[in-house]
Write a protein that binds this ligand. Structure first.
Ligand code: C2E
Ligand code: CA
Ligand code: CA
Ligand code: CA
Length: 277
C-alpha cells in the first residue's frame, strides 16, 4: 500500500499536470492562433556548395503564443496533426511562403526557391493539388521556384503517388526530408517523381566522429548522383562537416554554420546585402 501511495504521489506530482495542462492549452489555442495571426514563418537559407550562392530558403513555422512566447514547431505540429488543423495551418504556411518569395523575387532575388514542409494529413485531405495550384496562381510564383518537402513515409504510400506525380508535372521540385531516418526501401527513389533528398542532421553530426555516419552519407551521395537527384545536407554546423560534404560533392548546404532560420525581415536584409555585393 505504501508503494502504491508513492507511485500515486509521483504520478500527480504537478510537473506532469503542468505539462498536460500546457499541452491542452496549446492544443485548444491552435484555431485561435490561425485566426489571430499568431503563426509566423522563419526562413533558413540553402547555399550551393560549389559557388557559395544562396539558392533557396526553407520556410519554418513559428508560433508566437500570447502566454508561452515562441513555441517550437516540434511541440505544436504534433498537436496540429492530432487535431487535423495542420491541414489549414499548412495551407496558410504554403500561401505565406509563396507570397513572400514572390515579393523577394520582385525586389531582385530572381529565381529564388522556397521550400515548404508538408504533413501527411495534407495528403489525406481532399485536393492538395488544387490547393497548391491556386496558391501559385494567386501569388504568381513560378512552380519551378517552389519545393515541397515530404518524408519517406509519405513518399512510400501508394495512394500518394498520383498526387506526387501531378505536383511534379506542374514543375514543382519534390524532396525527401530527413532522408534515411524512416522505414523505407531505396527502390522507391527510382519510381517516385522526386528531385532531391535532404540528408538528416543525425548523419551530418557524425562527420569526423563516427565513420559509420560518414559511410552512410558517402553512399547517399553516390546513389543520388547515379539517380540524378540533387542533395542538400541539413544541420551543418562546423567547418569540418562542410569540408567533408564539399569533398564528396554534396550540392547544397543548410545549417547554423551559414545561417539560422530568421524572420522575413532579417531574411530580406540578407537578400539585399547579397545582391549589392
Ligand atoms: P525539419 O523540416 O527537419 O527542419 C529542420 C530543423 O532543423 C529546423 O527546426 C531548423 O531550425 C533546424 N536546424 C537547421 N539547421 C540546424 C543546425 O545547423 N543545427 C541544429 N541543431 N538545428 C538546425 P525547427 O524550425 O524547430 O523545425 C522543427 C520541425 O518542425 C521541422 O523539421 C519540421 O519537421 C517541422 N516543421 C516546421 N515548419 C513546418 C511546416 O510549415 N509544416 C510542417 N508540416 N512541419 C513543419
Ligand atoms: Ca524540412
Ligand atoms: Ca529535415
Ligand atoms: Ca527533422
Amino acid at each position: 500500500a505504501k508503494e502504491e501511495g508513492k507511485n500515486h504521489y509521483k504520478w500527480f506530482d504537478g510537473t506532469e499536470e503542468a505539462g498536460a495542462a500546457e499541452l491542452m492549452e496549446l492544443r485548444n489555442g491552435l484555431r485561435r492562433a490561425l485566426e489571430r495571426g499568431e503563426f509566423e514563418l522563419h526562413y533558413q537559407p540553402q547555399i550551393e556548395a560549389a559557388s557559395g550562392r544562396l539558392t533557396g530558403l526553407e520556410a519554418l513555422l513559428r508560433w508566437n503564443h500570447p502566454r508561452f512566447g515562441q513555441v517550437s514547431p516540434q511541440k505544436f505540429i504534433p498537436l496540429a496533426e492530432e487535431t487535423g488543423l495542420i491541414v489549414e495551418i499548412g495551407a496558410w504556411a504554403l500561401r505565406e511562403a509563396c507570397a513572400q518569395n514572390k515579393a523577394w523575387q520582385d525586389a531582385g532575388a530572381a529565381g529564388l526557391r522556397i521550400a515548404v514542409n508538408l504533413s501527411a494529413r495534407q495528403f489525406a485531405a481532399p485536393d492538395l493539388v488544387g490547393t497548391v495550384r491556386r496558391v501559385l496562381e494567386d501569388t504568381g510564383l513560378d512552380p519551378s521556384c517552389l519545393e515541397l518537402e515530404i518524408t519517406e513515409n509519405m513518399a512510400m504510400r501508394n495512394e500518394n503517388l498520383a498526387t506526387l506525380e501531378q505536383l511534379r508535372d506542374m514543375g514543382i521540385l519534390l524532396s525527401i526530408d530527413d532522408f534515411g531516418t524512416q522505414h523505407s526501401s531505396l527502390s522507391y527513389l527510382k519510381r517516385l517523381p522526386v528531385g532531391r533528398i535532404k540528408i538528416d542532421r543525425s548523419f551530418v553530426s557524425g562527420i569526423g566522429v563516427d565513420e559509420r555516419d560518414e559511410a552512410i552519407i558517402h553512399a547517399m551521395l553516390l546513389i543520388a548522383r547515379r539517380l540524378k537527384l540533387s542533395v542538400v545536407a541539413e544541420g551543418v554546423e562546423s567547418d569540418l562537416q562542410l569540408s567533408y560534404l564539399l569533398e564528396h560533392d554534396c550540392d547544397e548546404i543548410q545549417g547554423y554554420l551559414f545561417f539560422r532560420p530568421q524572420s522575413a525581415e532579417q531574411t530580406g536584409e540578407v537578400l539585399r546585402r547579397i545582391r549589392h555585393r
